[in-house]
Design a protein around this ligand. Structure first.
Ligand code: PGA
Length: 246
């Protein structure tokens, strides 16, 4: 029932030329059995929407503002993303949390704006290495999810995807083992079940952190892993398609 989603987070990479090449490569491979979404930087979103028109590839942004409009220099609202034809947005990525000070409360506000604007919110959670070494990974992820569970409605949850990204596995080449990832995904699903059985059953929980074609099959075969949020490997068409085929 939960359709596997492979989401490519390009981060602050690519150019007009790269955007054309990456999207042509993915399109030309034809329809995949998983759902595919790409998250280019803001300047390339409109181009990506145009280049994926008529295909099943979804386009999303890597962030949005926690305000609707007005004097917020440098910010991009969820309504603007929706206006240009984006359908998703990544929120609360660990790089946003650690480098730009985004708190759980800010992530909640952004999530509300995204949902009001009709976007699917891909909300990221995950512990640091230090937190895992102290055995606090469940406490940390629980805290990150808690506000969303308290504040969002059942209808909101239909448009939320959770991405579990252990910070120590992002861009490091070190992947959580399938067992480590499955254990956390099962924990996340238990937290969702505390809110409602339906939300637990229907919400997709992606794994992120050094996902590659070579480790995707094992990760995605875990019962509670519903796809991947892919950084580095999403900038290489062959790798990305390898992950989609997994
Ligand atoms: P990575 O990044 O695949 O390069 O580890 C994942 C992410 O940050 O979403």
């Amino acid at each position: 029932m939960r359709r596997t989603l492979v989401a490519g987070n390009w981060k602050m990479n690519a150019s007009v030329e790269d955007t054309r090449a990456l999207l042509a490569g993915i399109r030309d491979a034809g329809e995949q059995s998983c759902e595919i979404a790409v998250f280019p930087p803001f300047p390339y979103l409109t181009l990506a929407v145009e280049l994926t028109a008529g295909s099943a590839i979804q386009v999303g942004a890597q962030n949005c503002a926690d305000q609707d409009s007005g004097a917020f220099t440098g910010e991009v609202s969820a309504a603007m993303l929706s206006d240009i034809g984006a359908s998703m947005v990544i929120l609360g990525h660990s790089e946003r949390r650690s480098l730009y000070g985004e708190t759980d409360a800010v992530v909640l506000e952004k999530t509300k704006k995204a949902l009001t604007s009709g976007l699917i919110a891909v909300v990221c959670v995950g512990e640091t290495l230090n937190e895992r070494q102290k055995g606090e990974e469940e406490v940390v992820v629980g805290r990150q999810l808690n506000l969303l569970l308290q504040e969002l409605s059942d209808a909101d949850w239909k448009n939320i995807v959770i991405a579990y990204e252990p910070v120590w596995a992002i861009g490091t080449g070190e992947t959580a083992t399938p067992e480590q990832a499955q254990a956390m995904h099962a924990y996340i699903r238990r937290l969702l079940a505390g809110r409602s059985a339906e939300i637990a059953q229907d919400t997709r929980v992606l794994y992120g952190g050094s996902v590659k074609a070579a480790n995707a099959v094992e990760l995605f075969s875990q019962p509670d892993i519903d796809g991947g949020l892919v950084g580095g490997a999403s900038l290489d068409v062959a790798e990305f398609l390898g992950i989609c085929r997994a």
